[in-house]
Every structure is written in structure tokens, then in C-alpha cells.
Design a protein around this ligand. Structure first.
Ligand SMILES: [Zn+2]
Length: 417
């Protein structure tokens, strides 16, 4: 039946997703998972990618990344960001609006979508700004933005004006778009409390207006407690935590990031919450900065390329969470929030896959496809290294090379069956 067109057979892999594990093969056709099983026969002429015992996961979906394009090409652009995503095992990225110009108009969102399509590596899902120029003073043209964005956010700061936020939630509910707040009131020395207060307000606005709410980078147990209560009440709310809040602590080094890194006890509470149903997704908050910007105190971690390895090393390898649990947070949970048929290795799902090995490695400056290597993990010893990333059946990263001009000829690995 198969004629070798748009088909690929992944042989000899350990297949893991949020729901099941097996050892076998994956047959991909026309961008979808066509068959799964042990010792699938290789149809004539179909290329084979030998997994050699590596583990296949659904590719990762990042709800929260900053690709800095348009506006800050010295930090990142859509090409370098897409290459970094592919290297990190991500095939879908939701991009925050704090670009220059800000994504508060359909033109900017359309530019991101068109440029991403031209690049052809990963899928991009823009987030539109809640307020014009992220100034927190007047609403962006949400109706005009809605066809191009899945959510509205002023990520980087909270919308302090209650009346404005109420109107944003009402409009978003009518437009069937998600409100994606960065919860933090200014002017409070206790950063945790400032997050919890705004989480409480926004949950109440969600209850009042019926809008869908997705809360960015929750970093306090109190914030999670409020989300948990809201879920018990059946509110349409979801939330994310970042790899760095789950894996790093201030005691190890107070790397500037917003919200700030947790103390050890807080980190433990966040990790514990991964066992309950409160957290829906782990999102990287990939925030590339140049060395001068970082030296001047710009908060953020260039995180999309090491997110999986960090989580694997710190949480899965020691047995704190299982690999299926990690897969739920990196793939299935965020895919569901975006409404995608991705995030599981199932017949009929998109063939968005990651192959990784347990290999230990050290990430030096030359590891990164991102233009920025601002991360406290430079030089750290990690395991769980992405070996290949497939987007709709197409190999976009393989063993040290991202698809593009310098893509290594990989016919040694993929051969005619
Ligand atoms: Zn952010």
C-alpha cells in the first residue's frame, strides 16, 4: 500500500507518552502516525530511521516563548528561535507579544505567522497584547487581533487596572479567546503575595465573565492553591509552571528571572503539585538576552533548548516524576490547551515526535542554536539529550543538525527499505 511518498518508519524505539509505554516501531504517513507495533514490516521503498533503542516521546509544545521578532534581532529572531525550538524537541511554540512593535495589531501577528511558514520548521501560535503597547492603559483592538491569536497577554507585567482587565475578560469571552495573564501587582515587596493577589483577582474575573483563563508561570504554592480551588468550582482555568521554577533554587544561585527563582521549600511544593491535577503544562518562558542586556539585569533564561534535559535530569532520572508524567506536562497538556491533535503517540495523531537518549552531556556556548546562551545551566552536566525531532513526519533536527542549509545528509540513518 505504501509507496514511500511522505512515509517513514521509525524502527526499534521505546515509545512513551502520557498514557502508555511500549517497545516497537512507528509508521508515519502524510504527517500522521499511521501504525504502531512490534516489528512492523517495512513497506517497499519506505525510508527507515533506526531508533537503536532510543526513546520516542510526543514532541514538546511550548505555550510561552519570546522569539523577539520583530524588534530585537540581536537577542533572537523567528529563524534562530525556530531552530532552537527544533533542537530542544519542540514543534509548536506560542509566542509572547512583547516584540517591537508590540503584537497589539493583526499586522504583527500575521508577520509572525507568515515568517514562521516561510521558515517551515515549527508551528507558531502568536499571543496578542491585552493593552496597546503593553502600557496597561487602553485595550488593544482585540476583535481585530482575534483571528490571528489564540490568547491575549501583557506578559512581563500584570494589568493593574481592574476595570480594563474586566473589559478584556468580557471581550475575550465573546471572542472565544483565552486570557493569559502574567499575575503580579507592582509596588509589593513580597513578590509571592503580589502574584497570589492577582491570581485571585483574575480567577474572580474569570468566574464573573466566563472567559477562559490560562495563568502564566505560577511560581508560588499559594497561586497553585487558588487555581486548585477554581478548578474544583469548575472554572475554565489552566496554568503553567516553568522548568526553572521546578528545578532550580535561589540557594543554588539567584539567577535573575521573573518571577524570581524559588527558595528550596517553595520548589519542593511546586514539584509536589505535579502529582496533583493543578498544573496543566510546563512552559519554558524562553527569554533570550544579549550579554550586555543580561549584565544590565534583564530577567530571563534562554531555556527552550535545555528544558527537557533539565527536567529529565532533575525530576525523571531521580524518580521524582515518571517519564509519562513529564510527557503529559510538556506535550499533551499544552497541546490540549491549544486544541491540537498532538501530544500523544497514537494512530491518527500528528507525527510530531522526539527521540532522545540517556546520554550525559555538558552544554557549552556552542550548544545553542538560539542567539543567546543566557542560562545558569552553561557548563552543567545534564542527561536526556534530544537526538531527533520530527514535525508532521519530517525530520527537522537530527543528531547535531537542524534542517536547513547545513543539514547533514542523513541517508546513512534513513535508508530505503
Ligand atoms: Zn514571558
Amino acid at each position: 500500500m505504501c509507496d514511500g511518498v511522505n512515509t517513514l518508519l521509525l524502527k526499534d524505539v521505546r515509545i512513551v507518552d502520557a498514557d502508555h509505554q511500549l517497545v516497537g516501531d512507528i509508521l508515519i504517513r502524510d504527517g500522521s502516525i499511521w501504525a504502531l507495533g512490534r516489528k512492523l514490516p517495512a513497506p517497499r521503498g519506505v525510508p527507515v530511521l533506526q531508533g537503536e533503542g532510543r526513546t520516542a516521546l510526543p514532541a514538546f509544545v511550548d505555550l510561552h516563548a519570546h522569539f523577539r521578532d520583530p524588534g530585537f534581532p540581536e537577542k533572537e529572531d523567528l529563524l534562530s528561535g525556530a531552530r532552537a525550538a527544533a533542537h530542544g524537541g519542540f514543534t509548536c511554540v506560542s509566542l509572547m507579544p512583547n516584540t517591537d512593535p508590540v503584537c497589539d495589531s493583526p499586522e504583527v501577528a500575521r508577520y509572525m505567522l507568515e515568517r514562521a511558514r516561510e521558515i517551515g520548521l515549527v508551528e507558531v501560535y502568536p499571543v496578542g497584547a491585552i493593552t496597546v503597547d503593553l502600557r496597561g492603559e487602553e485595550l488593544s483592538p482585540l476583535e481585530a487581533l482575534a483571528p490571528w491569536v489564540w490568547a491575549f497577554s501583557d506578559d512581563g507585567k500584570g494589568v493593574e487596572d481592574h476595570e480594563l482587565m474586566l473589559r478584556a475578560c468580557r471581550k475575550a469571552a465573546a471572542l472565544e479567546r483565552t486570557v493569559y495573564p502574567h499575575c503580579e501587582f507592582g509596588g509589593l515587596a513580597d513578590r509571592g503575595l503580589s502574584q497570589e493577589l492577582m491570581v485571585g483577582r483574575d480567577l474572580w474575573l474569570c468566574r464573573r465573565t466566563g472567559c477562559r483563563l490560562h495563568l502564566a508561570h505560577i511560581s508560588t504554592p499559594g497561586g497553585l492553591e487558588l487555581v486548585s480551588l477554581a478548578k474544583e468550582r469548575g472554572l475554565p482555568v489552566s496554568c503553567e509552571v516553568t522548568p526553572h521554577h521546578l528545578c532550580l533554587t535561589r540557594e543554588e544561585g539567584d539567577y535573575p528571572v521573573n518571577p524570581p527563582l524559588p527558595e528550596r521549600e517553595t520548589r519542593e511544593a511546586l514539584v509536589k503539585a505535579l502529582k496533583g491535577g493543578t498544573i496543566d503544562a510546563i512552559a519554558t518562558d524562553h527569554a533570550p538576552h544579549t550579554p550586555p542586556d543580561k549584565a544590565a539585569g534583564a530577567p530571563g533564561i534562554s531555556g527552550i533548548e535545555l528544558a527537557f534535559s533539565l527536567l529529565y535530569t532533575r525530576l525523571v532520572a531521580p524518580g521524582t516524576i515518571s517519564l509519562p508524567e513529564l510527557s503529559r506536562y510538556l506535550s499533551l497538556g499544552p497541546a490540549r490547551i491549544l486544541g491540537l491533535r498532538k501530544g500523544l503517540i497514537r494512530v491518527g495523531y500528528d507525527a510530531d515526535l522526539v527521540l532522545f537518549s540517556d546520554e550525559e552531556f555538558t552544554a557549552g556556548e556552542d550548544f545553542f542554536y538560539s542567539k543567546s546562551a543566557n542560562t545558569p545551566l552553561l557548563g552543567a552536566r545534564l542527561s536526556g539529550r534530544v537526538w531527533a525531532t520530527l514535525h508532521r513526519g519530517e525530520v527537522i533536527y537530527l543528531d547535531g543538525a537542524v534542517k536547513g542549509r547545513d543539514f547533514r545528509d542523513h541517508r546513512e540513518v534513513i535508508r530505503g527499505g
